[in-house]
Design a binder for this molecule. Structure first.
Ligand SMILES: NC(=O)C1=CN([C@@H]2O[C@H](COP(=O)(O)OP(=O)(O)OC[C@H]3O[C@@H](n4cnc5c(N)ncnc54)[C@H](OP(=O)(O)O)[C@@H]3O)[C@@H](O)[C@H]2O)C=CC1
Ligand SMILES: O=C(O)[C@@H]1CCC=N1
Length: 265
């Protein structure tokens, strides 16, 4: 089996769907392990991927672990007993360090990835950290998998809390801003459906500009901001309400929580 996944919830399904849509793997090359038979059957219907046993999954070329951090200890114990000699283990869990993974799976090739849910639509962003036993070809294999569903950045574990606070959790901040803008539009008297279409398409357009216009966020913002005009009034209100410092505090809190989750003392 080319790719096995243990835990296919929000993040696991985003990766699975993105990988299958990209063609980097086909359904017959994948096996999934889920806690309940109902969820496994749902994934089978949705993606044509078979449910496999944990020992079968543990012998796959690449084994992706996408359970919640607190569920990882039990899963690693089970995996340790049946890990294939050449199986590459990829964990996407926040707060489960390379030392935790390598301690539970002595000698195994392990790679930590911090992905995000836009992988579902091929616009993910992932940080990748190779463990001590992972070789360049194995790291390259994970880079290829993550590039198939978006961007990939090789980094080191010292930067993972900050990376988690930007790209791992970041989509949630943007959905939060989108929700707030839609609500503001409704307050201005727009029907909710219209406010939603206006905001969603504005996000799509602004994101495409960041991606394709070759200009910084600062330059793009300045181009919208006519002197003495409407945007300047809006940005002044955002500053007055501490939105910029709110983002600084949010990113700090996220990175701090990621670090806390990584500490076992
Ligand atoms: N959500 C996100 O945006 C991101 C999440 N992550 C990481 O991804 C991991 C998963 O998060 P998320 O997808 O949000 O969580 P979910 O709860 O949505 O998914 C976890 C999945 O694992 C399943 N599961 C639990 N225990 C087992 C087991 N022993 N064997 C097989 N399957 C099992 C759960 O099944 P059941 O529901 O039946 O318990 C569930 O489907 C976390 O470690 C998180 O840190 C990383 C980056 C972004
Ligand atoms: O909220 C969490 O803990 C996970 C990790 C990054 C995004 N979601």
């Amino acid at each position: 089996m080319k790719l096995a996944m243990v835990g296919v919830g929000s993040m696991g399904e985003a990766l699975l769907a993105g990988w299958l849509a990209s063609g980097v793997v086909t359904p017959d090359e994948v096996g999934v392990v889920q806690r309940t038979a109902e969820r496994a059957a749902q994934l089978g219907e949705r993606y044509g991927v078979p449910a496999v046993s944990l020992p079968e999954a543990a012998a796959a070329e690449t084994l992706v672990l996408a359970v919640k951090p607190h569920q990882m200890g039990g899963v690693l114990e089970q995996v340790a007993g049946s890990l294939g000699p050449d199986t590459l283990v990829v964990s996407v869990a926040a707060g489960v360090t390379l030392a935790d993974l390598e301690g539970a799976l002595p000698g195994a090739a392990v790679i930590r990835v911090m992905p995000n849910t836009p992988s579902l639509v091929g616009h993910g962003m992932a940080g990748i950290i190779a463990g001590t036993s992972a070789d360049a070809a194995q790291t390259g294999r994970v880079v290829d998998l993550m590039r198939a569903v978006g961007g990939a950045m090789i980094t080191d574990e010292a930067h993972l809390d900050a990376l988690t606070a930007l790209s791992g959790s970041g989509p949630a901040y943007l959905y939060y801003v989108a929700e707030a803008m839609i609500e503001a539009g409704v307050h201005q008297g727009l029907p909710r459906a219209q406010a939603t279409e206006l905001v969603n398409q504005t996000f799509v357009g602004a994101a495409a500009m960041l991606d394709q216009a070759g200009e910084s966020a600062t330059v793009l913002r300045e181009r919208v901001t006519s002197p003495g005009g409407t945007t300047a009034a809006a940005l002044r209100a955002l500053d007055d309400h501490g939105v910029r410092s709110g983002f600084l505090a949010a990113v700090e809190a996220c990175a701090r929580r990621s670090a806390e989750m990584s500490r076992r003392d």
